[in-house]
Design a protein around this ligand. Structure first.
Ligand code: PLP
Length: 235
């Protein structure tokens, strides 16, 4: 508990200082706690420190934690790869999906969003790293995809998300995040969200306009299972 408490305090300080360094109001940067591979108790501890928004990558794992933590007033975000035959539980059990990269997925999410729930908040994942990355739509595909997704009735298109190729070079980090911001600004839509920045590059992301930073290891420590878990992944 005290470790998570200390880590949350440290990450909040990093966010505040990064925002202030670029003349931004720290309140405009929200912290998404990425809890993949972490047990429900870790989320409970984070909730006790005021953290409400949690990001999960693997559907079965997320659903199990949601059941365990029902009643805690958490906001669930899905940030992992999406397989088209697994969209229904996403539409039913999440408030946000950050990782939509093709129209078919968005159409299914809209059709499957239960009528009694608010529209599902959507970010379109864009590949800003070229050949180095295979996830996300290509920037050239974005205008048509965004227009089509914005027209779907049970979704609310909020903005863009990216996972740039990791690099220790801060200038290169900033260039990738700037690219995502420019893509957002180039769309003829009112979008309020840039989901970008992780434990190692949140300062660069905030300098380029991040509205959600997605932070896992800096809050919860290193993950104990490999990122690619084909059994529990939804892809
Ligand atoms: C795991 C993950 C994160 C968090 O990464 P850290 O480096 O642990 O902060 C953020 N976004 C996505 C999409 C992830 O899969």
């Amino acid at each position: 508990m005290s470790t998570i408490h200390d880590n949350i305090a440290k990450v909040r300080t990093r966010i505040r200082e990064a925002a202030q360094a670029s003349g931004r109001d720290p309140q405009t940067v929200q912290l998404l706690a990425v809890s993949k591979s972490k047990p429900a108790d870790a989320l409970r501890d984070a909730r006790a420190c005021g953290q409400r928004d949690f990001g999960e990558n693997y559907l079965q794992e997320a659903l199990a934690k949601q059941a365990e933590l029902a009643g805690l007033d958490l906001v669930w975000h899905f940030i992992g790869p999406i397989q088209s035959n697994k969209t229904k539980p996403l539409a039913e059990h999440f408030a946000w999906v950050h990782s939509v990269d093709r129209l078919k997925i968005a159409e299914r999410l809209s059709a499957q969003r239960p009528a009694h729930l608010e529209p599902l908040n959507i970010c379109l994942q864009v590949n800003v790293s070229g050949e180095a990355s295979k996830s996300g739509c290509e920037p050239a595909e974005l205008p048509a995809l965004a227009a089509a997704v914005a027209a779907l009735p049970h979704l609310r298109l909020r903005g863009l998300m990216a996972i740039p190729e990791p690099t220790p070079d801060v200038a290169a980090q900033r260039a990738a995040f700037a690219r995502l911001r420019q893509l957002k600004d180039s769309l003829p839509l009112e979008l309020d969200t840039l989901s970008m920045g992780m434990s190692d590059d949140l300062e660069a992301a905030i300098a380029e306009g991040a509205s959600w930073v997605r932070i896992g290891s800096a809050l919860f420590g290193a993950r104990d299972y490999p990122q690619k878990s084909s059994e529990s992944s939804v892809r």
